[in-house]
Design a protein around this ligand. Structure first.
Ligand code: NAD
Length: 499
């Protein structure tokens, strides 16, 4: 099987003619399965023109009618969820049940966006002055773009476009070039749902396409999710070009395990949170901070057999619990990190480096790995590995554990495991992190709350989806009005105030 992905511009596939393209691989086998075009400035411009032309009418369309398109899209998504999940598994590699789960989390944002008429309701005050009323309204920005990472090729775009489009913007999606097909699949469903041509567009490509979007004068806002260096770059360049930007970056999520925690529950949670999706989740737990050596020893003893039992295999095999990594280069990178941990003196308790699967020798598999005695100076502690590697760090007390979490450059997610309500409350209130779990290992906010980290895990002011998403994709207008019966004639140069 070999296929070529096209752009999706103005409601139809658009064959690229830049002559630049990349290969798409099946991570389970290492086989080349397709090609993805890399747009140039002209092709990006074509998408922007389509979105610009569609915008005035879409912005004028009553919100309830826009919501009907999103509602229809929701129904189509529900009936096609398995097909979309299969596409995600084919190009990303994650196991099918995980792919279905991630699409479902995206679907929840679509459900949230169905309520857009209610979410766009403004505020009204009668008689702010004699005969004067004031009201505020949220209006769309215009043409907006979403640039998304490889690890959630369906869910992360759905954090953005249902809300952006529901608010009356037109949208250009630039998905990851590593697993681009999910974007076209949702574009076709949007068209079937009645989305007018040009309202939702997909442009494929690399840095050239991204830079063309950032620099394009007709794009009002950019929503980005990906690694921290690129997030910072997009934020800096995008805001310098006068755009509104939200840019979510990488992570190093710590779980703090207190001496009173239920250890069985903790280790079950940690195994899921560290190794689910082969650790390629921005909310994966990659550091377990054991408070006290007794907790550290018990944690390692309990984790080790559970980790060794994880079944690694192709994502399409229903028995597989963990699939391959995204690319051969990433596989090598994770391997290098594990080597560097050993060189730095950490103790490798479970070694996933030499995993080879019969019949899948060329797939990008890396076995689940566990380090003990990791310290805060090591690269494996400081940097995001984005693979199935969990580091156990030992802290003497709660204060030391929290200091580690707070001093780390990333601030996406964290969790505390404890039975002590006081400790949990203290942690949740004071920890310097955007999303916090109490006995919940992956505290991903539901669709009607908002997703986002702190520190170098996010650049910009608005988190994704929920009410923050609506604010990001709209601007506030406040109107003050009076009618002739309330107007006194005569000129008055003093500052207007309530009489
Ligand atoms: P990435 O930063 O390499 O790529 C993200 C997007 O940026 C892609 O569309 C890519 O084409 C584009 N891009 C890559 N290099 C570029 C460059 N030099 N100039 C302009 N654009 C460029 O990220 P990835 O490897 O696809 O995804 C994994 C990363 O995303 C991890 O760091 C992970 O933590 C992060 N992530 C964060 C969140 C979050 O919500 N904070 C969610 C998912 C993933």
């Amino acid at each position: 099987m070999s296929y070529t992905v096209n752009h999706w511009i103005n409601g139809a596939p658009r064959v690229s003619n830049t002559g630049r393209s990349g290969n798409i691989f099946d991570p389970a086998t290492g086989e080349k399965i397709g090609k993805v075009p890399y747009a140039d400035k002209n092709e990006v411009n074509e998408a922007v023109i389509a979105a610009s032309n569609a915008w005035p009418e879409w912005a004028r369309t009553p919100p309830a009618r826009r919501a009907r398109v999103i509602f229809k899209f929701k129904e189509l998504l529900e009936s096609n969820i398995n097909e979309l999940a299969k596409l995600v598994t084919r190009e990303h590699g994650k196991v099918l049940s995980d792919a279905v789960g991630s699409v479902t989390r995206g679907l929840e944002v679509v459900e949230f966006a169905c309520g857009i008429p209610n979410l766009l309701k403004g505020e009204f005050t009668e008689e702010v002055g004699t005969g004067i009323d004031s009201f505020s309204t949220r209006q769309p920005l215009g043409v907006v773009a979403g640039i998304t990472p490889f690890n959630f090729p369906a869910m992360v775009p759905m954090w953005m476009f249902p809300i952006a489009i529901g608010c009356g913007n037109t949208f250009i999606l630039k998905p990851s070039e590593k697993d681009p097909s999910a974007a076209n699949f949702v574009a076709e469903l949007m068209k079937e749902a009645g989305c007018p041509d040009g309202v939702f567009n997909v442009i494929h490509g690399d840095k050239v396409a991204v830079d063309s979007l950032i620099q394009h004068p007709s794009i009002a806002a950019i929503s980005f999710v990906g690694s921290t260096p690129i997030a910072q770059y997009i934020y800096t360049e995008g805001t310098a070009a006068g755009k509104r930007v939200q840019a979510l970056g990488g992570a190093k999520n710590h779980a703090v395990i207190m001496p009173d925690a239920d250890l069985e529950m903790v280790t079950d949670s940690l195994v899921g949170a560290a190794y689910g999706s082969a650790g390629e989740r921005c909310m994966a737990v990659s550091v377990a901070v054991a408070v006290g050596d007794k907790v550290g020893d018990a944690l390692i003893d309990s984790l080790k057999p559970k980790i060794q039992n994880i079944k690694v295999g192709p994502g399409t095999d229903p028995d597989s619990e963990m699939g391959p990594l995204i690319t051969k280069e990433h596989l090598q990178k994770v391997h290098d990190y594990v080597d560097s941990g050993i060189d730095a003196g950490a103790k490798l308790v479970v070694d996933g480096r030499d995993l080879s699967l019969q019949g899948y020798e060329n797939g990008y598999y890396f076995g689940p790995s566990l380090f003990d005695n990791v310290t805060t100076e090591m690269r494996i502690y400081k940097e995001e590995i984005f693979g199935p590697v969990l580091s156990v760090v030992r802290a003497d007390d709660y204060e030391t554990a929290v200091r580690m979490v707070n001093e780390h450059e990333f601030g996406n997610g964290t969790a505390i495991f404890t039975r002590d309500g006081d400790a949990a409350r203290e942690f949740a209130n004071n920890v310097n992190i955007g999303m916090v779990g109490v006995n919940v290992p992956i505290p991903v906010p539901v669709a009607y709350h908002s997703f986002g980290g702190w520190k170098r895990s996010m650049f910009g002011d608005h988190h994704m989806h929920g009410s923050e998403g609506v604010r990001f994709f709209t601007k506030l207008k406040t109107i003050t009005s009076r009618w002739p019966t309330g107007i006194r004639s005569g000129i008055d140069l003093s500052f207007p105030m309530m009489s």
